[in-house]
Design a binder for this molecule. Structure first.
Ligand SMILES: Cc1ncc(COP(=O)(O)O)c(C=O)c1O
Length: 462
């Protein structure tokens, strides 16, 4: 049916008319419409999207209490980069960098340095750039070739590191996974690390199973490597998720600046930092790790201002929201919230394993992620079928194949977050088990999607 054309007089508009205005598909709208009509169309077009609170495929915060929403609303029309206009927001960021340096056990005698970013992706890129710059400077000073930088990571890294290596011309040295072992450990570093390695990236709370890489073992291996070769290789910790869980739940666990080779750490404020989407952090062990050559000074917005992020303009509300959350919860509050969320993950994984359908993939349960694979005896449906079936109830759960060399393993991942209470966890468990009961009788039809370049670029120096 043809929709109505042109402007409907806002005085006479009926709600049904609002949704029935003509909306061009490929050409820019010619005329405007009443505010209520525009809102009606925007709202209705999003009706069939997922309900964010049921989206357990994402790590990102989907709940905000009313006061946090008020803080966000009071700041969302501010451009954060305009430090001259909003010096107090800039001061909050500086204070939070120092708090995170303290939370991640940075050395007391070092000058903390870091920045808020749009997410962990930008933070990882800044960390990677700092290491590339430092490596190149050292090589040049020593009169050595500085044209072949490489970075060593595990096959479990998030896509941002593959982007970083491609965008910034750093050779990827990605240590393949093994079925049953999805963490980077020292075991095969010998084949990957050399004098051109700008850093080793290890993950706290990896995307696929939620596990941590073996930081201490990697660190010790790099110490031994330095003793043997004289080559000192730093570590960057990608704490996108673990950076806001480990310090609160496992205070004695050395994953952070207590390991002397750890020179930089990133985390997502919008994951377990509990801020709505649009915030990451990168913090350096000390000021000098972030090469001054990477800092630009501009005066277009008033006084002279340093800028060292990939983006210039960005929304300020996330910075105000993070400051609110740090004050609101403190160490005690984050510890309580993370404890409850991990306890829920343990409860959920027990219910699902007890159902007989699933095996657990993450033996250690540090962050609140439940990574499952269907029991081998199940032949007539797969993890993609389960994900599709529970979607009928509104839940969004990720199903995926693992990276090389574990690509034969399929996973169903559930990222628990603090807005889910025990009742909703039980409801979720029942819905997953009911989906499996149905699929057991009727069989499944899903085939894993063939993603372009899904896990390419596994290389070693040999
Ligand atoms: C381990 C890891 N690193 C980096 C990222 C990228 O983070 P962001 O989405 O905040 O850019 C993610 C996102 O899931 C992640 O899990």
């Amino acid at each position: 049916m043809k929709a109505k054309k042109g402007i409907v007089d806002p005085e006479y508009i009926h709600p049904f008319d609002e949704f029935n205005m003509e909306i061009p598909v490929d050409t820019f709208p010619v005329q405007g419409m009443a505010a209520r009509a525009a809102k009606g169309i925007v709202d209705s077009e999003a009706w069939t999207d997922a309900n964010p609170v049921l989206n357990l495929s994402s790590f990102v915060t989907t709940f905000a209490e009313p006061e946090l929403r008020e803080v966000a609303a009071a700041n969302f029309l501010k451009n954060y980069i305009d430090h001259d206009m909003y010096p107090q927001l800039f001061a909050m960021e500086g204070r939070m960098v120092r708090w995170l340096h303290d939370l991640w056990n940075g050395p007391k005698n070092g000058e903390p340095y870091g920045t808020a970013t749009v997410g962990s992706s930008e933070a990882c890129m800044l960390g990677g750039l700092a290491h590339k710059w430092n490596w190149r400077e050292k090589r040049k000073e020593a009169g050595k070739d500085a044209s072949h930088p490489n970075m060593v990571t595990g096959g479990n890294v998030q896509i941002v590191w593959k982007k970083f290596m491609k965008y910034f011309d750093v050779e990827p040295r990605i240590v393949p996974l093994k079925p049953g072992n999805y963490r980077l450990a020292a075991e095969r570093l010998e084949k990957y690390v050399d004098e051109n390695t700008i850093c080793v990236v290890a993950i706290a709370g990896q995307t696929f199973t939620g596990e941590d890489d073996d930081f201490q073992e990697i660190h010790d291996w790099l110490d031994a490597y330095e003793k043997k070769t004289g080559i000192s290789v730093p570590m960057h910790i990608d704490g996108a998720s673990g950076g806001f869980v480990n310090p609160f739940l496992y205070p004695d666990y050395k994953w952070d600046f207590r390991l002397p080779r750890v020179l930089s750490i990133n985390a997502s404020g919008h994951k377990y930092g509990l801020v709505p989407p649009g915030l990451g952090w990168v913090v350096f062990r000390e000021r000098k790790i972030f090469n001054e050559d990477l800092v630009f000074y501009v005066n277009y917005l008033g006084g002279e201002m340093p800028t060292a992020t990939l983006n210039f303009s960005r929304n300020a509300f996330q910075i105000a929201a993070q400051y609110y959350q740090f004050l609101r919860l403190g160490r005690e509050g984050y510890t309580r919230v993370m404890r409850e969320t991990v306890d829920h993950a343990i409860y959920l994984r027990k219910m699902l394993v007890d159902s007989g359908y699933f095996k657990i993939m993450n033996e250690t349960q540090r962050i609140p992620v439940v990574a499952l694979t269907l029991d081998k005896k199940i032949k007539n449906f797969n993890e993609f079928d389960v994900s599709n079936k529970v979607r009928e109830r509104g839940w969004v759960l990720s199903a995926y194949t693992m990276p090389p060399d574990a690509q034969k393993i399929r996973s169903l991942r559930i990222v628990l977050r603090p807005h889910l209470n025990t009742n909703t966890i039980e409801l979720l468990a029942r819905d997953i088990i009911k989906a499996c009961d149905y699929l057991k009788v009727h069989g499944g039809t899903a085939t894993p999607p063939a993603l372009h370049d899904m896990h390419k670029t596994a290389t070693s120096k040999c």
